[in-house]
Design a binder for this molecule. Structure first.
Ligand SMILES: [Zn+2]
Length: 125
């Protein structure tokens, strides 16, 4: 019997959704707490449409979910085990001999962020 290919294709599609520097940064930030688009934009200092696009890819892959709270939309990891996967791939970096120093995730309040977590009133503009 041939080894079925389909489950590997689905696994590869999921890894592909993970395999992007900005998306890994987003997952890293969301591993500590939920966040709205403007908060993620303020931390990563990228344009909001770009952050929204990366969040959409993560959401379509089932890696993040969102919830509405009034005018705010907060994103979070769909499951805490996703953070374990991200950490495991960092361990893999050491295994293959690459020393990488990851920066600490900024805590709230983040400068220039208008979100309620940072003391603002939102919404993300
Ligand atoms: Zn914020």
């Amino acid at each position: 019997m041939a080894l079925r290919n389909e489950p590997y294709k689905r696994q590869a599609a999921l890894i592909k959704a993970l395999a992007h520097p900005t998306r890994l940064q987003l997952l890293d930030i969301l591993a500590s707490d939920e966040a709205c688009v403007c908060h993620l934009t303020a931390i990563l200092k990228r344009r909001q449409p770009y952050i929204s696009q990366q969040l959409m890819i993560l959401r379509e892959a089932g890696l993040v979910t969102d919830r509405k709270d009034g005018v705010m939309v907060y994103y979070r990891l769909a499951d805490p085990t996703i953070a374990d996967v991200v950490r495991a791939t960092r361990g893999l970096l050491r295994t293959v001999g690459e020393a990488a120093a990851f920066p600490p995730i900024p805590t709230s309040p983040v400068e220039g962020c208008p979100c309620p977590h940072c003391g603002g009133e939102g919404p993300c503009t």
